[in-house]
Unconditional design. Structure first.
Length: 401
């Protein structure tokens, strides 16, 4: 197979290939960028594999960075772009089920492609657009199949994260996992415990954002991988409806909020649950806020204060999630948020310093209470955000206390 028209990302990188091949070495575009080009999908990273050893690559270019030189990877800096060139290699000894104990540089493209995870990722393309396919990857792309290169059991022993990647690709590409590959995942699913949760987290979120996410969830269940995922292992029955339901989520906050509502994880449990997933603190905070909002949306009792506390982006995300939870859709909430008198506390036209200058209140706990009262009243629409009105309301509040 030959691609007649290369995407712009490849065209910009062609001088790298030309420099390497002119020096007498082989060089190819490899991996996901080749796969996605064939599928007419956007390209993210352009990776290059070469028969040139790292030192030989560095001698050919003026600006290089040793990004992973122990594994044969050198980054070439060219006109503001960075291209990773990795030497053809073989790997052996995977005691941690993630990284090779030994890497050996070789001159053979075939040996290099043999170590890759799936046939659809074991494709190489030269500067003329000619595809090298040694393991039937083009056929599997055509048939929408995820299939391990060679023996799937060996591939997953080399890197147990590949099991999650198989399910993630199934979701992202809407492909089916080949029978032997799927059986190997099911029989070795326990190996997932050898992998850092941060890596599993990354694959899982990508899975949930895929075009066939419900299929991805089904694959997690049927391969037993769900048993090693926090919160999912104990609630497989609650996951089953997701298999039957098509859903499309747009970002990580939506993923976790959707799951929390589906699995009936309480607001108090969210932080502990997401910490098990090694989720970022800001995400934990946003998801907690979104679930609180979704719960009042479910009852159709959303107040100005609920919207204010959530913030615009969380309101937008909660609305998106609500559609997949079979909740009443409430698009008017966006307009209601936009009509709030203030969206942040510092937008109040009176400050604590000014309240003390007007001798409304002195420094201390009462000052904070007064400001919180004014904030709530303005958000609720009970007070105009005008200094004179706020001072009057503050005085009355203090007198009543």
């Amino acid at each position: 197979m030959q691609l007649k028209q290369l995407p712009e990302e490849f065209k910009q990188a062609l001088p790298i290939l030309t420099t390497i091949t002119t020096a007498g070495f082989e060089a190819y575009f490899v991996g996901g960028s080749v796969r996605d080009t064939i599928l007419n999908k956007p390209i993210h990273d352009v990776d290059i594999a070469s028969s040139a050893y790292p030192a030989e690559v560095k001698n050919l270019f003026k600006k290089t960075v040793d990004t992973g030189i122990q594994h044969g990877t050198v980054m070439i800096l060219d006109h503001g772009n960075g291209y990773e060139v990795t030497t053809f290699r073989t790997e052996s000894g995977y005691q941690d089920y993630r990284r090779p104990d030994q890497v050996t540089f070789v001159r053979s493209l075939a040996e290099d492609l043999m170590r890759r995870d799936f046939t659809i990722n074991a494709l190489a393309m030269n500067a003329e657009g000619i595809i090298t396919d040694l393991f039937g990857g083009l056929t599997d792309l055509k048939n929408h199949v995820i299939k391990a290169v060679g023996d799937p059991t060996a591939r997953f022993h080399e890197d147990a994260l590949r099991m999650m990647r198989a399910v993630r690709f199934s979701s992202q590409l809407n492909f089916q996992i080949e029978t032997k590959t799927k059986q190997a995942i099911a029989s070795q699913s326990e190996l997932l415990t050898k992998i850092a949760m941060e890596r599993i987290h990354e694959e899982f979120v990508k899975l949930m954002l895929g075009q066939a996410a419900n299929q991805g969830v089904e694959q997690l269940i049927s391969t037993n991988l769900y048993q090693y995922l926090p919160g999912l292992n104990e609630q497989v029955a609650k996951l089953q409806p997701l298999v039957q339901q098509k859903f499309e989520l747009a970002n990580e906050n939506q993923v976790w909020s959707f799951l929390a509502m589906t699995l009936k994880i309480s607001v108090q449990q969210i932080s502990g649950w997401l910490k098990q997933w090694k989720t970022a603190n800001k995400t934990v905070k946003d998801v907690t806020t979104m679930v609180q909002l979704l719960m009042v949306m479910e009852k159709q009792t959303v107040s100005n204060w609920d919207l204010y506390v959530a913030g615009k982006q969380n309101v937008v995300d909660a609305l998106a999630v609500s559609q997949w939870l079979a909740m009443p859709y409430q698009p008017e909430l966006i307009q209601e948020y936009d009509q709030l008198m203030i969206t942040q506390k510092n937008q109040l036209t009176i400050s604590g310093k000014e309240l003390m200058q007007y001798q409304v209140v002195t420094a201390g706990p009462m000052l904070g209470k007064v400001l919180s009262y004014l904030e709530q009243q303005v958000v609720a629409g009970n007070l105009p955000n005008e200094s004179e009105s706020l001072v009057t309301a503050a005085k009355k509040y203090v007198q009543e206390k």
